[in-house]
Design a protein around this ligand. Structure first.
Ligand SMILES: [Mn+2]
Length: 318
């Protein structure tokens, strides 16, 4: 598969690189590393995301080249869709992007639906960043310092700083290689985890006051409503990582974080510990992800949404 992708890269001149809405470190880091690899080969590359880059990832090398608007797409030889289990996750431009003549789907989600002409999926990979590392190395290209910073950040964030069960020996092997290529783990950790704006911590304190339990303490949930966001003067990106707080409680098997993204419309981030398969629960509501980390969207009155989700958790997951 890497050979076929290398062939597309060799033959093409102009490429589009994109990822999912509500960007995370894996999406942005993977896009930018691939951008750098393609630029190194003298290709024209546009990196497009529907959403603007979260402030916490603006330190990534080349982050400034990402655009949030797309012109005509006829000129692109291929599009690389990264870290998206379905192409629709690219957002409002997804159907136009799906019209590009060659679609290369590179992703590590177990729920990937194999859209595109070429699909490179590896549910065993910690992150799309880990896959991009193998692709770039597999093509015999040099990993530059900038690529190393981008890919290390992708892996760091998608493994919850090497804490989630998607962390394996290969993850550390790749991370080690990236340090050799110049990524500084202390600096990157500081940029990602210790440079929060005060508004985020203020919002967190409100979110934590919504903490609730179900299933005799095995489910814990926190919520951020639109109103709380507005009152704190915060953006949705400031809620990244909030789900880790209910997850960190003793006895909790499943953590849920509800964010109200529209009137009666919720994005639900889910985390589980151990063998509890939360991907299966998210799947019941049209979502997806991994065994210990998944997400879905739910609509309706908040109490009903919550009850439906908690019931599904109690009835499933193993
Ligand atoms: Mn990912």
């Amino acid at each position: 598969m890497i050979q076929q992708i290398a062939e597309i890269i060799k033959k093409g001149r102009t490429f589009l690189v994109t990822s999912h809405m509500r960007l995370d470190g894996d999406a942005v880091g993977s896009e930018l590393a691939l951008y750098e690899a393609l630029r190194g080969l003298g290709k024209e590359v546009v990196v497009y995301n529907q959403d603007r880059t979260p402030q916490m990832y603006s330190f990534l090398p080349d982050a400034g080249i990402i655009v949030n608007r797309l012109g005509p797409l006829d000129g692109f030889d291929a599009v690389f869709v990264l870290d998206c289990s379905e192409i629709e996750r690219a957002g409002e431009e997804a159907s136009r992007i799906a019209g590009i003549r060659q679609i290369v789907n590179i992703d590590h989600h177990i729920s990937n639906d194999h859209y595109g002409n070429l699909t490179l999926t590896d549910p065993e990979a910690s992150s799309t960043g880990e896959m991009i590392f193998r692709l770039v190395e597999g093509m015999g290209l040099e990993i530059t310092k900038d690529m190393a910073v981008n890919l290390y950040t992708a892996i760091l964030t998608d493994t919850g700083a090497f804490r989630y069960s998607n962390t394996g020996p290969k993850t550390f092997a790749v991370a080690g290689r990236l340090l050799e290529k110049g990524a500084d783990p202390a600096w990157i950790a500081q940029m990602v985890y210790e440079t929060f704006p005060a508004v985020k911590i203020r919002l967190l304190s409100r979110a934590l006051s919504t903490l609730e339990f179900d299933w005799q303490g095995r489910i814990a949930a926190v919520t951020v409503s639109k109103k709380m966001l507005d009152e704190a003067g915060a953006q949705w990106e400031h809620t990244e990582g909030f789900v880790e707080f209910p997850r960190s409680i003793e006895g909790v098997q499943v953590a849920a974080f509800f964010s109200e993204i529209g009137e009666g419309f919720y994005k639900v981030s889910l985390r589980s510990k151990g063998r509890f398969n939360i991907e299966q629960v998210a799947g019941k509501f049209g979502g997806g992800g991994h065994i210990n980390a998944a997400a879905c969207r739910m609509q309706g009155d908040f109490d009903t949404v919550k009850r439906k989700l908690f019931d599904a958790i109690k009835n499933g997951g193993r």
